[in-house]
Every structure is written in structure tokens, then in C-alpha cells.
Design a protein around this ligand. Sequence first.
Ligand code: SF4
Length: 333
Amino acid sequence: MENAYVNNNYNDDILIVRNLKKYYPLSKISIGKKRSYVKAVDDVSFSIKRGTTMGLVGESGCGKTTVGRTILRLHDVTDGQVIFDGMDLAKIPPRKLRKLRPQMQMIFQDPYSSLSPRLPIGEIIGEAVKEHNIVPKSEYRSYILKVMHDCGLQPHYYYRYPHEFSGGQRQRISIARAVALKPKFIICDEPLSALDVSIQAQIINLMKDLQEQYGYTYLFISHDLSVVEYLSDTIGVMYLGSMVEMGEKKQIFDNPMHPYTKALLSAVPVSDPDVKMNRIILKGDIPSPVNPPSGCKFRTRCPYATKVCAEVAPKLKEYESGHKVACHLYSQD
Ligand code: SF4
């Protein structure tokens, strides 16, 4: 087995994703034709600094959830590298990867379906704590109660079952289950989209408080740019399996460069009634990831598309420190 440690600046970056690809083969093959693939994630690279939050945005079906699941190896990687805390996950022996699992957790969109209906809350939160020996047996119960307290759950919920709770409380339970494992990195996959707006604010604040207290690093996957703006330090914008723009939050919100990012931001509601919204309406549907457009994948919906956009795929290039864009409107040299 090759050495899994990578010589990188991993003290700074807890996660480095390089040229990640996840293709799903289609089951039907026509005679004489090559097998087709759904290119759910197509050559995506980014990194996240310790203790920060990266927001990953894009319309549904753009591949952002697949990025999250592939990083955690819930899906096999087709190609590319995922380096977590200085270790190349593809080169880690299965036993060691199992030991590493508690450090990388995921919070799901639908808290109800991700919680076992047959277990009381204390056991749901503590099941993996026992399995991975996170705390000595003698401290187990007090530890679970502390985690519940941190997540705003009353001690007497310990013996209750998921169906007795509201959506917001269930999401608190999901968060408690993840943080009980003392993770370093948490992928939050649309954790607010099943909740009422008033409850969303409570969960956002809980996530912020926990991050401040324990220094978690988040990858926050969402289609809601207002939430992403509030929570994130950096933002990546995905379209049809590819990263089209990424940068610091301020760079993306104050100076969006890619036409797709501009369209997404134009739809974010503003609180000031005097500010006129100039919403950019994109024409057409997202093309199929089985047969994406040639050149720039966004060209079939882009108001600025020219001939070169159909011929050459634009490279993701850095235009100011940390701000990268893939578009022919800017110099590709
Ligand atoms: Fe639009 Fe061309 Fe830029 Fe793609 S490369 S976003 S089609 S201008």
C-alpha cells in the first residue's frame, strides 16, 4: 500500500479536492456505440481551510450533492484526489479509513428519513460514539447529555423517539449525532431546505455557535444563496458537474464574474424595499449531463455566448487572489 500522507500545506487546508470526477455508466448500450456516462462531477478542484465554511451552490442536479458524497467515499471516485487532513483517502487502507470516519460527518437534508424510527434519541446520538469508543464507557451518558445540551436538546428527550419531534428538533438531533463523534469536517447537504424559515434561522445559529466553540470546518451545500452568504467564508458555484466560479464570499457577492453566478445572485431577495431587483431570467432547462453542450456547458443558456464558447471549454482561471472563473468573457491566457 502506498503512503497515504501527502506533502501539502495541509495544516492550513483540511480538505483538498483535485480534479474530482464521478461518472455513472448508463445501463443501456446501443450495439456499435460507446457506453454513455452521466458526468455528475466533472473535474472539480477546490480546498477548504480549517475552521471555515465553504458554500457550494448551484441549481438542483448540478452535482453539488454528489461532490459531498464522493468526498466522504459514500460513492466511489471515478478519478481525482481527495486529501483530508494531509491523507489521500484513496490510498488509506480500509481499516484506517474506518478509524478516520468519525472525523468526517454529514448532515442530511431530510432529518426524519436519516434517523432510525426504532431507536430513542439517546441511542441514535450515541450508537456510533460507542462503536468508535469516542469516550470511556463510564463517561458515555454524561457525554451524550452534554452533546444534547450543546445542540439545544432537553435531557428528557434522551428516551423519546424521532416521531415525537418537530422538523427543527429532528435536525438538531441529526447535528448532535454528527458532532458527538468529535468530527473535524462536516458536510451539510441542504440541511435547511425541509424546514420552515423561522426554524432555519435557529439551525443556522446553532451551526455557527458549534463552529465557534469546536472549530468545525463545514462544506455547506445549498441552493439558497442568502443562507450561503450568511454562513460561508468562501463559495463555489457549480453548473452541470463543473465549478464555474469560486472565491471569497465578498468577491462572489460584490463582484460576480460568471454570467451564471450573476443570474443566481440576481434572484436573491434584498431587504431594502427601495433597491430595485434586476432579475436575470435564464432561458431553457439545464442540459443533460449525459450529453452536455460542447465547449462551455453554460452556452445554451448564456446571453453572452459567442462562437468560441461552442468550440473551446473555458479554463477555471484566477483573476484576483483566490477568485477563479471559467468564462471566455475574460482572458484565458
Ligand atoms: Fe457565456 Fe461563453 Fe462565458 Fe460560457 S464561456 S459563460 S457561454 S460567455
